[in-house]
Design a protein around this ligand. Sequence first.
Ligand code: C2E
Ligand code: MG
Ligand code: MG
Length: 292
Amino acid sequence: MTFQTEPSLAMLDAKRQGRNTWQWYCGDAIDNVAEHVVIRRELQEAIQAEQFEAYYQPIVDAASGDIQSVETLIRWRHPTKGLVSPGVFMPVAEQTGQIIAIGRWVLDRACHDIAALNAGRERPLSVAVNISPMQFRRTGFMNEVKTALHASSLPPALLELEVTEGTLMTNTEQAVALLNEVRDLGISVALDDFGTGFSSLSYLRDLPISKVKLDIVFIRGISKNAKNAAIVQGVITMAHHLNLAVVAEGIETREEHRDLQQRQCDLLQGFYFSKPLPFGMLTRLPRTLTPP
Ligand code: C2E
Ligand code: MG
Ligand code: MG
């Protein structure tokens, strides 16, 4: 078998794993590697030219439909390909370390946008920002958070960081210490995509978080899938006993809305209420979202 290598990528992968290893890419993975190289190069231009846009998706109170917060979701306005979704470029950015510059941009943008939005609102909204594992673990992350808050004058209580179980799985003790620092600043933390990693319940018990976000895979078809319903009900009951709020992601239908309401889920997010919106449209949203 012949092996094709892309030395710089391989090296980055090895570095990312924090070991003195050398990664080899096999022949059939070459297309992927070539694509990866293109995205990486174009991302570098995107960072320099600030081709990113922050979209915001409302999260509503399950009982009242009042918009309680928004989640920041990045988009890449590619010069020829149009709007590129994060699923395409975030994995590359995470591997190459470009996530650091991109993550800082998102944090600054979100704090700035929501502080501006709140200036014209009676009741302030809070804003959630997704934090990637590499971004979270990097020295200097806390300073970036403080700088973003300071520069925008957004109160820390209106910022929420979304981290995944994966972020907490390696070096858990160090991650928990960092989460404590975040909480001491008055910023809250939500555990994103909950239930899709391998959560250790003993850590969930002790984590300084305030929310879990139930992943879309458990919500889809909940009224017909008894197993999904059992997991969702179990998570909601457990979370409430741990004093955690629950957000259900990916609500698309009236049935899902009703079902989650009946199960006492606290907050809901999904296309049924609103798609992620550019900032300009956010300012025109009503206080409450009541779908048909
Ligand atoms: P996530 O944080 O779990 O975000 C929720 C995803 O579900 C978003 O996809 C959102 O558009 C999508 N979604 C919301 N409601 C519905 C629905 O009703 N139906 C369906 N089918 N999908 C729905 P998006 O924007 O493509 O983002 C994908 C992932 O990329 C995010 O998952 C997050 O992990 C990552 N991501 C997005 N923005 C950022 C960012 O600024 N920084 C970092 N580190 N990651 C980000
Ligand atoms: Mg999220
Ligand atoms: Mg999620």
